[in-house]
Design a protein around this ligand. Sequence first.
Ligand code: NAD
Length: 432
Amino acid sequence: MSEKVNAFQIAQSQFDHVAELLKLEPGVREVLRWPQREYSFRIPVRMDNGSLQVFQGFRVQHNDARGPNKGGIRFASDETLDTVRALATWMTWKCAVADIPLGGGKGGIVVDPSALSDREKEALCRGWVRAMWKNIGPRNDVPAPDVGTTAQMMGWMMDEYSQLVGQYTPGVFTGKPVGGGGSLGRKEATGFGVIYTVREAMQHLNLNPKESVAAIQGFGNVGQYAAIGFVENLGGKVACISCYDRHDKKAYTYSKKGGIDPHFLISIVDQYGTVDKQKALDAGYTASDGDKWIEAEANVIIPAALEGQINKDSVKKISKGVKIIAEAANGPTTPEADATIKQNNIFVVPDFLCNAGGVTVSYFEQVQNDMNFYWSKEEVLQRLDHRMTNAFNAVHERSLSEKVYMRDAAYMVAIDSVVKAMRLRGWLNGDW
Ligand code: NAD
């Protein structure tokens, strides 16, 4: 399904479109179209077989006007600087739209983590920190997990940083394991946050959640909790989930009459989001082509995998009954597909609003690290719901008042907030 997309070009074209609507002055556009800082470095690792392998690492800091840069680190074999730039840019908008006092950053390593042993992964994580430690920190840039990275990896990275600076510094990485400085509710945060925004969208569209059916692409951290939230929080049904099978090197869509059981599928998924096909088939699931999820008879579709999955071809396959697209993944929709979705009047919860739950609880984690006082899971999720609902309402109200598409409204709220912070800090006075 994925036509080759350049995520940074998408991020820039979305920004350019709204900068025009906001009549932003050209110089301000130029500041925001590009990251403030970019780091590219090589990380040597002694592999288990004795060879020395060198990995390409990145960190991009897009804009820190509203606070320290914030954003995940991806381990992916097709990672590029442009992907990291796009993701860093979207983090700036995400933190702004969620009204979190943080900026936008993102990092990555070009590697397939499933090909590494635990020892090699740890060495690579520590190597990334040794390359970057002078340019990250609780007050300037706070990385977190993303595709291909885990809570355990954040624990190793936090430890490496703490050793280098000579003091325990839990607030330098978020998404750490619970008991190792992590926050309760972090693993549920992005998926549940997606569902809180779906609930608000349904209320606006007068849809009954209990009669709703979702189709989800991706069954990693985000897809799993989106599925649980859709079934348990909203009372709806999940018709199918699609995931990439790293053994067969292709994606499958898993479905079952009456809807999938998210807890069962979670019990047979590995840490990379690959469902055990044989166990699923044995339990009566059907495994069809990986692209089938988008054609499912559903009224909500939730892309929760990678960028560019809803493109000019796949968008035509979306079933007529679909009323809501909740963009759990970052950048799942290409601009051509977006135009079709707009035309077909499907309500979109745009990515950096929809999946802001992860960074929101990452922010809570940092706050708890600073206080050295930890909240209960209920408190974390309650605060998350409150913030996600407020963010949804701010964007939705802007969309209604300016009669613009939800994505454009989200950009308007976010860009206004970042420009205001830059102005208040004097960055636009000419002496920056
Ligand atoms: P993950 O690595 O845990 O899971 C990714 C899932 O996508 C896996 O199940 C994988 O099999 C599946 N996948 C990959 N290619 C696919 C394909 N072609 N067809 C079907 N499935 C495919 O990643 P995640 O943390 O769940 O992140 C998913 C998306 O959400 C990414 O875009 C990420 O940037 C975004 N996101 C994640 C978080 C977070 O807190 N984890 C926060 C905000 C945004």
